[in-house]
Design a protein around this ligand. Structure first.
Ligand SMILES: *Cc1c(COP(=O)(O)O)cnc(C)c1O
Length: 336
């Protein structure tokens, strides 16, 4: 793998910690549960997009860009982290937010990530659900170029092959950490959406020559299209790294049984997972991704999918800022 030849900004506070979750493990009575703290990547309260943006924004700088454009859902963690990195780099940032939920709650529309987008000085515009977002970004880029800006478009979630390199790096980091701790990891579980995280992880695990299986818990698309999306991006990522064909199709596995009514719509499992992690481990998950991802893991443990003594690592991809956009959902569910 030719990872080192790609320009990269060094922003992530890493290696992010790999920690045991003793109280959650005891409460569920199954395998040993661990957590890889990518909610602690440092930038803008942390999260998985920081690792992708290290490669994407380095590329933007190399192309002479002075303006970043990206898109996401209203409470997008990716948008927030992009706004922060733009501020740090002295670049202008334009964010297009898609209304995927139809929520009119004041906290959803103005607090959490939206508040921080504005605080970081981004130019924020809002469009209805099902807007063709790539075209919206292209149109905006054309307008800004006409005004003399040098634009660079970052895809939703930072998920192209270049962005996925951030999670190739993360897989190597985790494999190294596990080896140094003498920890044998039986599975790595995380929330999967725009696919860059899982694509990078599966490519990275091949590169690290480890047999750690990766399981993505879907938050938006059904299983088949989600796996197809991850596999396609994994192939592109492997190609970019000069190791085409290195990822077998069967290494890409998603479980999409915990989406509920749709992207960004709370589920009872998510509410339980967020509350359990807060009260057993003092860890904040998020309502859109890591909460549903953890709900998936809890369900797998309860239904006997793992054996006692196995070591299962949950990759915490961040997003707790989004809790402030969902206070309405937790109201009435906060009794001790
Ligand atoms: C974006 C995001 C994910 C999903 O990562 P993808 O690379 O888009 O699949 C998971 N968790 C959080 C908190 C996120 O913001």
């Amino acid at each position: 793998m030719k990872l080192a030849k790609f320009p990269r900004l060094r922003i992530t506070h890493g290696p992010t910690p790999l920690e045991p979750m003793h109280r959650l493990t005891a409460a569920l009575g199954g395998p040993n549960l661990w957590i890889k703290r990518d909610d602690c990547t440092g930038l803008a309260t942390g999260g998985n997009k920081t690792r992708k943006l290290e490669y994407l924004v380095a590329d933007a700088v190399q192309h002479g860009a002075d303006t970043l454009i990206t898109q996401g859902a209203t409470q997008s963690n990716h948008a927030r982290q992009t706004a922060a990195i733009a501020a740090k780099m002295g670049m202008e940032c334009h964010i297009i937010l898609e209304d995927r939920t139809g929520y009119r709650y004041a906290d959803y529309q103005h607090s959490g990530n939206v508040f921080l987008d504005h605080l970081y000085g981004a130019h924020v515009s809002e469009v209805p659900g099902n807007t063709p977002m790539d075209k919206a970004m292209e149109d905006l880029a054309a307008q800004l170029r006409a005004k003399g800006r040098k634009t660079y478009i970052i895809p939703g979630g930072g998920s192209n092959a270049l962005g996925a390199l951030g999670y190739v790096t993360a897989a190597l980091e985790l494999a190294d950490q596990a080896m140094n701790m003498g920890l044998n990891i039986d599975e790595l579980v995380h929330a999967t959406g725009s696919a860059g995280t899982q694509a990078g992880l599966v490519v990275g695990m091949e590169g690290a020559r480890t047999q750690i299986p990766v399981l993505g818990i879907g938050v938006r698309a059904p299983r088949q299209p989600q796996e197809d999306k991850v596999f396609m991006l994994a192939q592109q990522t492997a190609e970019l790294l000069g190791v085409p064909g290195s990822v077998a199709r069967e290494k890409v596995v998603a479980n999409c049984d915990h989406i509920g009514a749709g992207y960004g719509i709370p589920t009872p499992g998510m509410m339980e997972a967020v509350t359990m992690l807060a009260r057993l481990e003092g860890i904040l998950l998020d309502p859109v991704y890591s909460g549903k991802g953890m709900a998936g893991l809890i369900d797998l443990v309860r239904t006997g999918h793992y054996r006692k003594g196995q070591n299962i690592v949950f990759l915490h991809t961040g997003g707790a800022v989004g809790l402030y956009g969902y206070m309405h959902a937790f109201e009435g569910h906060m009794a001790p």
